[in-house]
Design a binder for this molecule. Structure first.
Ligand SMILES: Nc1ncnc2c1ncn2[C@@H]1O[C@H](COP(=O)(O)OP(=O)(O)OP(=O)(O)O)[C@@H](O)[C@H]1O
Ligand SMILES: [Mg+2]
Length: 245
């Protein structure tokens, strides 16, 4: 499922946003290289989901801009968001859920191919209620990927999964990204998930980028790796410090 599409980066410039009296961002700058896999950490309420919504265009910033880096084939970029809850329509089959918003007849073969690619071959005609939590998130991932998004925005997509299912889902996401590089922004509370998957880990604190770390370890990464373990410790300490501030 390799793609020859150009990868498009993301440039966030002087982004400011507030809810009432609460300032979330004030002049935030973030530049994500085309095809880069970036994770965003931060304590609850740090503004991680708000940042994703602003990037996705689901909310309009008070000031500043979010722009593509690079030239899309048809001049416009495609953005897809995946959330912690699968958001599947319970009265639609798995394959129809993947086809949400697309011409059903034209794309049925694409949906089936993608479902097979995320390990759900043979489950296409089931209802979401007949799937496990991990399988539902795979459907949600297939539904995002069928649009071939330039930017894939993930808001704690594996947060509700048990530990083993979560690791399997992480490996799947990494494989899909390696096969078809695209710019990924993953919001997570799981420091290890961020370190194992990302090219770059950002820690949001007080509306600013408190830490911005490049991870150059070769893939596949081992969770027991000494350098990653040290980074995990440092980031966890930082998160605790921000939480207590
Ligand atoms: N629509 C809204 N109206 C008013 N305030 C909001 C709105 N959305 C978010 N907020 C506030 O903005 C702040 C940042 O929220 P956001 O959801 O971005 O945090 P988060 O980092 O994603 O947290 P979590 O880790 O708990 O998901 C919070 O204080 C939240 O209460
Ligand atoms: Mg959130």
């Amino acid at each position: 499922m390799a793609t020859t599409m150009p990868t498009i980066g993301c440039s966030i410039n002087a982004l400011s946003h507030r809810y009432g009296e609460r300032r979330i961002f004030s002049g935030l700058e973030l530049h994500i290289k085309p095809g880069q896999f970036v994770s965003v950490l931060g304590v609850s309420g740090a503004g991680k989901s708000t940042l994703l919504r602003l990037i996705a265009g689901l909310e309009t910033p008070d000031a500043g801009s979010v722009r593509p880096i690079g030239q899309a084939v048809d001049g416009k970029i495609t953005v897809r968001v995946m959330f912690q809850e699968d958001r599947l329509l319970p009265w639609w089959s798995v394959e129809r859920n993947v086809l949400l918003g697309l011409d059903k007849h034209k794309r049925l073969s694409d949906a089936r191919r993608l479902l097979a690619h995320v390990g759900l071959q043979g489950l296409e005609s089931l209802w979401p209620a007949q799937l496990s939590g991990g399988q539902k998130q795979r459907v949600a991932l297939a539904r995002a990927l069928i649009h071939q998004p330039d930017w894939l925005l993930l808001d704690e997509p594996f947060g509700a999964l048990d530990a083993l299912t979560r690791v399997t889902a992480q490996l799947l996401l990494e494989r899909l990204w390696l096969e078809s590089p695209r710019t990924v922004l993953l919001v997570t509370h799981d420091v290890e998930e961020a370190l194992v998957l990302s090219d770059r880990v950002i820690l949001l604190g007080n509306g600013e980028i408190a830490h911005d770390i490049n991870i150059s370890q070769p893939r596949p990464r081992h969770r027991s790796n000494h350098e990653l373990a040290e980074l995990k410790e440092a980031l966890l300490n930082e998160l605790v410090a921000v939480h207590q501030a």
